[in-house]
Design a protein around this ligand. Structure first.
Ligand SMILES: [Zn+2]
Length: 147
C-alpha cells in the first residue's frame, strides 16, 4: 500500500464497460440522453446512460493530469474570447457610427464655410484649413452631445 498514486475526485465519472476503470465522461453537465465515451485507457467506445455518470475518483492509471481544471479552463477561455469578440464588434460598430456622423457634420460645416468660394475642386491651403477646422468643430459638437 505504499507509493499508491492519489486519485482525483471528478464530477462526471463513468466506469468503463470493458476495463472497469473510472474515466471522465466527456460532458460538463449531466446530459439528458445517453452519451458515447471512449476510454482513454483501453480505447473502447461505449454508450453510457446519464444514470451511469457519477461523482467519483478517476482511475490512477489516467495519471495526474488535472482533467477537470483543464476542461474548465478551456471553457473559461472560450467564453472570454467570445466576450472579447462581442465587445470588439460593438466598439467597431460604435466607432463606425461616430465616424459617419462626424463626416456628415464636418461636411455640413465645411459646405457653409466654403459657400462663397467659387472653386474648391483643387486642393489649396485654405481648403485644407477649412476642412480641418470643420472636422475639429464637428468633433467638438459630438463631444458636447456625447456628454
Ligand atoms: Zn476501458
Amino acid at each position: 500500500m505504499f507509493n499508491l498514486p492519489q486519485t482525483r475526485r471528478y464530477d462526471f465519472t463513468i466506469r468503463c464497460k470493458k476495463c472497469g476503470e473510472n474515466i471522465p465522461a466527456p460532458v460538463g453537465t449531466i446530459p439528458d440522453y445517453w452519451i458515447a465515451a471512449r476510454c482513454p485507457l483501453c480505447g473502447e467506445t461505449r454508450s453510457y446512460l446519464p444514470s451511469e455518470i457519477f461523482q467519483g475518483n478517476l482511475s490512477y492509471k489516467l495519471g495526474r493530469k488535472p482533467v477537470r481544471s483543464v476542461i474548465r479552463l478551456m471553457g473559461e477561455m472560450k467564453r472570454a474570447i467570445a466576450r472579447e469578440q462581442a465587445a470588439w464588434a460593438e466598439k467597431m460598430q460604435e466607432q463606425t457610427r461616430m465616424k459617419s456622423t462626424l463626416v456628415i457634420a464636418a461636411a455640413i460645416i465645411a459646405a457653409v464655410r466654403l459657400a462663397k468660394d467659387t472653386d474648391i475642386s483643387r486642393p489649396s491651403p485654405r481648403l485644407t484649413a477649412v476642412v480641418s477646422e470643420s472636422v475639429n468643430l464637428a468633433r467638438m459638437i459630438l463631444d458636447r452631445v456625447g456628454r
